[in-house]
Design a protein around this ligand. Structure first.
Ligand code: ZN
Length: 214
């Protein structure tokens, strides 16, 4: 089976199904429903690769949007098209965080790698957050202090409102003294939730550019 969908595209399709579900549940006007449905079909079509599963999915879209059971079954099928985030060994992770002496391991068994554009995990003991994200076709490691205080705010990575905390990372200053400056970003406390609502790569890319020590 060809892997033709990226995790953020999978998330984007799920978002479209939610939009359609809301329209079916809250709009009475038949014409309005039809407009929303046509719009959702167009968007999903632009994301989905042209395969049998995709055609199947589009044909069933109205049922998928109204039945949770149908939706779960359809998403399971679609997941087969997704290139999951790679499960990195401790050795591979170590190479991405060379300056970290005792790198805590992410709990891979709790992660849904089909909905993972980046890897993020917290070490509550040391109040740190570790992030592995794609950049120019490679993976890069970013880490920093993660404030234990939860706040309501906009996440710099997924750009959704939710429970966020201040992530403070060292960024090499361009100054002549070579000193480090720190950059703060509010990001989701739970990186799994963040990934599950990450349907565009734009904000993640700028987060990586501004926090990566280059
Ligand atoms: Zn987020």
């Amino acid at each position: 089976m060809d892997k033709q969908l990226q995790p953020h595209e999978f998330v984007a399709i799920k978002e479209q199904v939610i939009i359609l579900n809301k329209a079916f549940n809250s709009v009475n006007d038949k014409n309005v429903k039809a407009v929303v449905q046509a719009d959702v079909v167009e968007t999903v079509k632009s994301i989905l690769p042209d395969t049998e599963i995709a055609t199947d999915f589009l044909n069933q879209l109205p049922e998928i949007a109204t039945s949770r059971q149908r939706a779960e079954r359809a998403f399971k099928q679609l997941a087969e098209l997704v290139t999951p985030f790679p499960e990195l060994s401790a050795n591979q992770l170590g190479k991405l965080f060379k300056k970290v002496k005792k790198l805590p391991e992410p709990k891979w068994e709790n992660l849904d790698r089909h909905e993972m554009t980046y890897l993020g995990w917290n070490d509550n003991g040391s109040q740190k957050k570790y992030i592995v994200a794609p950049r120019d076709g490679k993976l890069v490691g970013i880490y920093g202090d993660f404030d234990p205080k939860p706040l309501n705010g906009l996440c710099a990575i997924c750009h959704q409102l939710g429970t966020v905390s201040m992530f403070l990372s060292k960024v090499k200053s361009r100054g002549a003294d070579g000193n480090y400056t720190k950059r703060g970003n509010l990001i989701c406390r739970d990186s799994s939730l963040c990934n599950a609502q990450l349907s565009s790569l734009d904000h993640l890319a700028s987060f990586v550019e501004t926090t990566l020590v280059k």
